[in-house]
Write a protein that binds this ligand. Structure first.
Ligand code: FUC
Length: 825
């Protein structure tokens, strides 16, 4: 039997075992191929099971996004101007390098383009993302009927459909990652009916005498418009090209002063290709160079790479571009299914949200937000591009709120919290690439920090002081910790490296990246500790992110945030050392230090103290502060867990005292923390509040203003409620709320690289399937699991060990799938 055939049969058995080939009541069938497309290695082991979704998810509306112009739409949140039309109503697509916001208008269409590396001085002089271009398409279709616009998130394609003068018009938009190009196709139900004018704009031009100066020009040559220019802050060149390929009809190019336009008349269909790039190069020197205008080489023009992409895409043609895009996108998106067995509502996404906000909690929206989070992550974080920033890969602003950068006291990490358990580990690669580039600078920042704050630690040691990272980081500059956030920010960062390893079991990554990163962080943190008495080591200076007292940053010794994060990093280092069989002087030091941290203390109110000197809850700092930094030990950390019952109870009380009246991402952190306490109702309550209060009609989430961390935080939260694995065993449905009483998921990942699929009914699992991607012992915890039947995918009984009614373990083989069924062996 050929390899392919045997794989197909395995796929079929899995489907039969979980009964997923049958459409579930109320679900649409995807028109995509419904058999599994698995990735196998040379010896036939299945490395990746791809399961096309049985259901099409989309966000959609029956009206275009408004675009009321600067006078109407600029509002302010926290001092940042924001454009309501863009933030609330435009639909985002992206490929990690570029993002586009589509308004879906029929008179003057607006497509705003972002290129992730284009930056100006930003707000704080550390550099900030700035909009690349506006692509306007003048159709003058004033009164369309049968209008709809959507993003199909199974395909990452945005559509606009409407009828005008008896002709049905269709637009399709996607940004292909493999070809790094934005593709727009316009088609119509009748021949010769497509006429419009392409009118691009370069936004925010300012001459060189002004702050945030930016020059730019447009040229047209036949069917190609080139937009190019220079932003002098970082000596950044940029270039974008738009090629118009018409089928039928005529094309007229015109140059009017600075403005280039292309008019298409009476075409049958048109394809627009858009490519953009800058001279930005991620490199060590970029971060080591302090003079901003020397960071990039202005001689290095992006012209050739943009031209190449356009030429290649034009030769490839629309159908091939689309096929390549779909293959790439679906290989990531299709790994996970999740359904609460809801019907797909007939109303627009905007209306669905409105209904939810006025009290009709439709679980479909809760499900959709999860899938949308995975869509957004794939759209913003791909290998070779910069990591996902505060607004993903989307900014229409001259000065993006909070620079659009990588905020390291919670936000950038939150962007990746859900990457691993939702089976998108490779979306973390851009962060690793970014880290490798900033590391030399991060090492020098560690030395600088210690020289200032604890010079003794420098004197008594070798030259290696580890590395560090502070809050306000951008593609052009990193900073050390200090001020409102303590050095724990670095350990919050290395947690992602440890998680990457634990979820993927990638030993090459452990050796090459995670081990040196975690060790370097432990080395730095070990030097931030000051002896207090005989048995205590406290981080000094220390701060619990953004807490203030009487208007000033509250700086003290040994905040729970810093102490607990030193513990986490040291503990992860010891785990790595055990795996790699390393015992040396440094591991001895870490062994010793970890016992002297006293990281978690319960206060007089029964709370987890945020500050050692606090007695009663809220004595110091803001009682309802958005950050729950002292609970980072609960999530994403693991120091507080089910075996530390007193701390767990104190965490629950602390979450109650802190309350849920907070900003967007802060609700998402609470949701994950609640999931870790095992309280499904509480986790669901905050998720629901988040959707009600901080979710926008395009399902972006808002701090406010719009920040993508909330989308990713709540996506991670949904996964955390349905599957946990931080305590050495896999626990399906660890925090299941009543609202999700029946459902099914496939392809969520547990630590140990076990792809886990579960079907549950009336709150109880009926089937648990584990696909072992790396082999090894698989431990499971679930009520009554010892009574379940464990079988191989071929139906053969598999032996397991069990020492309690709720747990079992067995030795799994790499590439094999195991199925547990409940209700009689
Ligand atoms: C952190 C948060 C703020 C905001 C900013 C981007 O500093 O405390 O609320 O999200 O990041």
């Amino acid at each position: 039997m050929s390899l392919l055939k045997s794989i197909y049969i395995v796929g079929l058995f899995v489907s039969i075992a979980l009964n997923t080939t049958q459409p579930v009541k109320g679900q649409e069938q995807s028109n995509s191929n419904s058999s599994s497309v698995d990735v196998v290695n040379e010896s036939g082991e299945i490395l990746q099971r791809n399961i096309p979704s049985a259901r099409i998810y989309k966000i959609w509306d029956d009206r275009p996004a408004p675009n009321r112009g600067a006078d109407f739409n600029i509002k302010k949140a926290r001092g940042y101007p924001y454009d309501e039309d863009w933030e609330l109503h435009s639909y985002p697509i992206g490929n990690g390098f570029m993002g586009a916001n589509i308004f879906g208008r029929t008179n003057m269409e607006r497509i705003q383009l972002t290129e992730k590396t284009l930056a100006n001085e930003g707000l704080y002089g550390i550099g900030g993302l700035t909009s690349f271009a506006e692509i306007n398409l003048e159709f003058n279709h004033e009164n369309p009927s049968k209008y709809s616009r959507s993003v199909n998130i199974n395909e990452a394609i945005a559509y606009v459909h409407y009828t005008h003068d008896g002709v049905a018009y269709k637009r399709e938009h996607f940004i292909s990652y493999p070809d790094n190009i934005l593709v727009i196709r316009l088609s119509a139900s009748k021949k010769g009916k497509i006429s419009f004018t392409l009118k691009p704009e370069i936004p925010y031009l300012r001459d060189s005498t002004q702050k945030n100066s930016r020059t730019g020009q447009m040229d047209v040559n036949n069917n190609l418009i080139t937009l190019s220019g220079f932003i002098d802050h970082f000596s950044e060149n940029y270039e974008g090209q738009i090629k118009v390929i018409n089928q039928g009809g005529t094309l007229t190019a015109s140059q009017n002063g600075d403005k280039s336009e292309i008019s298409v008349s009476k075409a049958n269909s048109v394809v627009l290709l858009v490519a953009a790039a800058t001279n930005y190069e991620l490199s060590e020197t970029l971060f080591l160079e302090d003079v901003h205008h020397k960071k990039l080489n202005p001689e290095n023009l992006p012209h050739n790479k943009v031209s190449k992409r356009i030429k290649f895409a034009a030769e490839k043609g629309f159908e091939q571009l689309k096929a390549t895009h779909l293959k790439d996108y679906k290989s990531l998106f299709s790994r996970v299914q999740l359904s609460f067995y809801t019907e797909t509502p007939k109303v627009t996404t905007r209306k669905l949200l409105q209904n939810y906000q006025s009290g009709t909690n439709h679980p479909y929206l809760e499900e959709l937000m999860f899938h949308y989070g995975r869509y957004l992550l794939i759209s913003t974080s791909r290998k070779g591009a910069l990591p996902c920033g505060l607004q993903g890969v989307w900014s229409q602003y001259e000065v993006t709120p909070f620079t659009g950068g990588f905020w390291h006291n919670i936000n950038v990490q939150m962007n990746y919290w859900g990457a691993f358990n939702t089976n998108l580990a490779e979306t973390f690669t851009p962060y690793v690439e970014f880290f490798e580039a900033y590391l030399p600078k991060a090492k020098s920042l560690a030395t600088e920090y210690l020289r200032k704050n604890n010079p003794q630690a420098l004197i008594t040691d070798s030259l290696d002081n580890g590395w560090t990272i502070g809050t306000g980081t951008t593609p052009h500059k990193i900073v050390g910790p200090g001020g409102h956030s303590g050095p724990g920010t670095g350990a919050l960062t290395t947690k992602m490296f440890w998680d990457y390893y634990e979820f993927t079991m990638d030993t090459a990554f452990l050796l090459k990246t995670a081990y040196p990163a975690i060790k370097g962080m432990s080395r730095f943190l070990s030097k931030t500790l000051i002896p207090y008495g005989d048995s205590l080591l406290l981080v000094y200076p220390s701060a619990s992110p953004e807490q203030k007292q009487e208007g000033n940053n509250y700086i003290t010794a040994g905040t729970t945030f810093d102490q607990a994060l030193v513990w986490e990093n040291h503990n992860d280092l010891l785990k790595v050392a055990e795996i790699l069989n390393i015992e040396d002087e440094f591991t001895d030091l870490v062994q010793d230090q970890i016992t002297k941290l006293d990281p978690i203390i319960i206060g007089q109110s029964g709370q987890i103290k945020e500050f050692r000197e606090e007695q009663y809850y809220g004595e110091i700092g803001q009682k309802q502060h958005r950050h729950i930094s002292h609970l980072c030990a609960l999530y994403p950390g693991t120091l507080i867990n089910s075996s530390t019952k007193e701390w767990m109870d104190a965490s629950i009380l602390t979450l109650d005292l802190r309350g849920n009246n907070t900003t967007g991402w802060a609700m998402a952190h609470r949701m994950n923390a609640r999931a870790r306490t095992g309280h499904g109702e509480k986790a669901h309550e905050v998720y629901s509040k988040f959707i009600k209060e901080r979710t926008l009609p395009n399902l972006w989430t808002t701090h406010p203003p719009f920040q993508i961390d909330g989308n990713f935080g709540c996506m991670a939260g949904v996964a955390e409620m349905l599957l946990q694995s931080q305590e050495g065993y896999i626990e399906p449905l660890a925090a299941l709320p009543k609202a999700w009483s029946s459902g099914e998921y496939r392809g969520l990942v547990a630590r140990g690289n076990f792809e886990t699929s579960v079907i549950w009914k009336d709150g109880k699992a009926t089937s648990i399937e584990v696909f072992s991607k790396s082999g090894g012992i698989c431990r499971l915890k679930y009520k009554g699991i010892a009574d379940a039947a464990l079988k191989s995918i071929l139906g053969k009984a598999v032996k397991f060990q069990s020492s309690a009614a709720d747990s079992l373990s067995f030795l799994s083989e790499k590439g094999k799938t195991y199925v547990l069924t409940f209700g009689g062996k």
